[in-house]
Design a protein around this ligand. Structure first.
Ligand SMILES: NC(=O)c1ccc[n+]([C@@H]2O[C@H](COP(=O)([O-])OP(=O)(O)OC[C@H]3O[C@@H](n4cnc5c(N)ncnc54)[C@H](O)[C@@H]3O)[C@@H](O)[C@H]2O)c1
Length: 323
């Protein structure tokens, strides 16, 4: 059985992926956050010596590199993005090269693109605006430069919701993503802020492409298989190929979760694109993958299950107040 190493295995996607892949692969992880799971090692990737010792001992065949400063917030010091994204990725690549580990899957982001009213393909113009997206694009380029390492770069759109068995979802604090924010606030009757209702979209609110975490785990598994069988470097956009506006999501929540949710429309945030929706033509044809779990009903039901679990175990979500 191939050994897979997940970096950032204590984060939202990493933790879900760890439990998803565990059924089929020999999976280990590393994270700079301490874990209760004994196969997730406590290690900051910037600590090259410690990282090298772990990789030398464990000898993974493929690395799924998810670790990052992932919160998109330009009030965060740029150095945090540079260190945990660019420097950490460079350190990882260096250790991989030294130890002859030849395959990496890298989690990039749709925010590397310029906004577009058309579906975004892998050839769409890149124009990252935030420090987060800029550093992710630098990582992509540094990975592509590697001669001895084959890579699959996955540009994720809006990853959301939770796994069912076991029930695991996002436990990051503060939480900044739309779906976990609105579901949690709908349950706790807290005010939901919608940033902008004057965009050039049919209902005036931003349109995004939401992809269920189960589909993300599935496409990473397909990427592992593809790297093993084809040994070719690739870039893919990963989304649901369908845009949902903030208002559409709110209307669904009003209908099925809480008719009395408290909404306040406030001014736009700097750098928010009106519409980001993904084309899946390339990934469908080369990876033979398409999303199966990313309809809004399943996304919200599974997130709701997770929020109920958070409530049972007494975990509260905090929110970043942009107002
Ligand atoms: N969640 C999304 O919607 C989304 C969308 C696009 C791309 N991505 C990318 O997917 C990846 C995972 O996202 P996530 O939502 O799980 O993020 P997350 O913030 O929940 O998890 C990231 C994890 O990486 C760890 N980490 C950061 N720097 C580290 C370092 N130097 N050494 C070791 N560990 C380190 C953190 O402790 C954290 O547990 C990230 O690279 C993110 O940029 C996520």
């Amino acid at each position: 059985m191939d050994k897979i190493l997940i970096t950032g295995a204590e984060g939202y996607i990493g933790k879900c992926l760890f439990y998803f892949l565990k059924k089929k692969f020999n999976v280990i992880g590393i994270d700079k956050k301490k874990s209760l799971e004994k196969k997730i090692f406590y290690c900051n990737i910037l600590n090259q010596k410690k990282l090298a010792l772990i990789l030398e001992r464990e000898r993974p065949k493929i690395i799924v590199h998810l670790a990052a400063q992932s919160l998109v917030d330009d009030t965060i010091n740029i150095k945090k993005y540079y260190d945990n994204n660019v420097l950490a990725t460079n350190t990882l690549l260096k250790v991989m090269k030294n130890q002859n580990i030849k395959k990496i899957i890298f989690s990039s982001t749709a925010t590397v693109y310029n906004q577009s009213s058309r579906l975004l393909t892998e050839k769409s113009k890149v124009k990252p605006l935030s420090s987060y997206a800029k550093t992710k694009l630098v990582c992509e380029n540094n990975i592509k430069k590697q001669k001895k390492i084959k890579s699959i770069i996955l540009r994720f759109f809006n990853v959301c919701s939770a796994l069912n068995k076991p029930i695991i979802g996002a436990s990051n604090n503060p939480i900044t993503h739309f779906i976990p924010t609105v579901v949690y606030k709908a349950i706790y009757n807290k005010k939901i802020y919608i940033y902008g209702n004057d965009y050039s979209t049919p209902d005036g609110t931003c349109i995004r492409d939401y992809i269920h975490i189960l589909d993300i785990c599935d496409v990473i598994e397909k990427s592992i298989k593809h790297l093993n069988e084809n040994n070719k470097s690739r870039i893919f956009n990963i989304g649901n190929n369908r845009g949902l506006s903030n208002k559409e999501i709110i209307n669904y929540i009003k209908k099925y979760i809480n008719p009395k949710i408290n909404i306040s429309y406030v001014h736009r945030r700097n750098g928010d694109a009106s519409k980001l929706v993904c084309s899946l033509i390339k990934v469908k044809s080369l990876l033979k993958w398409k999303p199966k779990h990313s309809n809004l009903k399943k996304i919200l039901n599974d997130e709701l299950n997770w929020v109920k679990k958070l409530k049972r175990i007494g975990l509260k979500r905090r929110f970043k107040n942009y107002l």
